[in-house]
Design a protein around this ligand. Sequence first.
Ligand SMILES: [Zn+2]
Length: 331
Amino acid sequence: MTNDKGIHRRSLMAGAGLAAIATPFVSGAASARAQDAENANMNMADAPPSDSFPLGDFKLLVVEDGSRIMENPGETFGTGQDPETVAALLEENFLPPDEMVNGFAPVLVDTGNETVLFDTGMGPAGRSWGAGRLREGLIANGYQPEDIDIVVITHMHGDHINGLMEQDGPAFPNARYVFGDKEYAFWSDDARMGTPAEGGHQSVKKLVVPFADQATFIGGGDAVVPGITAMEAFGHTPGHLIFMLETGGRKLLLTADTANQYVLSLQRPDWHVRFDMDKEMAAATRRDVFDMVAAERIPFLGYHMPFPAVGYVEKAGDGYKFMPKTYQFKL
Ligand SMILES: [Zn+2]
């Protein structure tokens, strides 16, 4: 509402003009979707970036929990490679050689029966540097934390589990949990004390172990709910799981951290990555997973891919070329 009739009338006229132009081309459903998008935009002025799209009978909502600038991408995603080789590959792909942006993209899959959240972002631990915004993004898109039915953890690195807890307790108080059995066994084991995995072990004891009673422990081939199936993709961590979504004749693979830099790790899948705990196994897994994604020509969502983190790959040279999604899900 406004008392400024001039502005009000002008905006009405602009709206009418758009409607008149759009009418011959836009179906009822499409204009309803446009209205939804407009309403959502009004709530989202201060919310983190998010992207929502249908997949068969499911609806996916990707939220940018946060992102950070990392220096020297080659030291992480081309460990042991000649820096000049890394720089040349980045520059060939229109990217600077000395810095990169690494984002975090948890995804909510609304199956129509249940809301299934994959990974939880940085949570309170990220708020001081602008991350930990999953919660805000869910709320801006109409999902309260209490609405989340199932929280699935792909693997137990901090950027995936820190958002399980808020200051005052569980971040998703009505959820049940799905954890990889091998992943949980590794990180929760006191044998990690005194090893490089000790920090991770301590975090898992604080953030994950408290939910063990409400958790289902799964392995490759197990279903989370009908249409969502776990696959083993070990190497990044000892029990890293990825998830195939299959619904209404469509597929999408949630690849989690199988590949985490869209140029270096996809175009050079054999290059070693600092964060991959078993570097050879992770590289072999990258090939298996992205060979399949390329051969089946299905979309994938990678937690650290450029937001909204969804795209396709085609085989190119000795690796894969990433092609971000555009309008494929709107048609
Ligand atoms: Zn990660």
